[in-house]
Design a protein. Structure first.
Length: 136
């Protein structure tokens, strides 16, 4: 990791806790990797502003987070802008096939993944897996 990436990551992590409660935390290189090293549970949302599937997923996730505040206490929600980072190191390392991919990690261990799914039950099950991992 170069010095610039380290400084940007450190700054992002310093301000991120305030932004994590039910808001979109935008990924910067090194952010998720640092949380992985710390063993945090996170949902990475590989998203594009122009993607209708991403918008549908976002509506479901927002509704579920509003209904169950435990998600925000246990899971870090990070949005990875596909247009900016879709071909980046994080996407390659996790073998992300496309935008509208949701991945829940417990540290570096992948707990679950949804590719282009928008069903409430499917997304809730993914968030519940993250919640269970955070509680164990």
């Amino acid at each position: 990791m170069n010095r610039r990436t380290l400084l940007v990551s450190a700054a992002a992590l310093a301000i991120a806790p305030a932004a994590w409660s039910n808001e979109r935390t935008l990924y910067v290189p090194g952010m998720a990797e640092e949380l992985m090293e710390r063993g945090e549970v996170m949902l990475l949302d590989f998203w594009a502003s122009w993607c209708s599937t991403c918008a549908a997923q976002d509506r479901v996730i927002s509704a579920l987070r509003a209904e169950n505040p435990a998600y925000d206490k246990a899971i870090r929600f990070i949005t990875v802008d596909w247009d900016e980072h879709g071909r980046g190191e994080l996407s390659r390392a996790l073998a992300i096939p496309r935008r509208s991919t949701l991945v829940v990690l417990d540290g570096r261990r992948e707990i679950g993944r949804i590719v282009a799914g928008t069903g409430r039950a499917e997304i809730k099950a993914l968030l519940d897996q993250g919640l269970a991992a955070a509680m164990s």
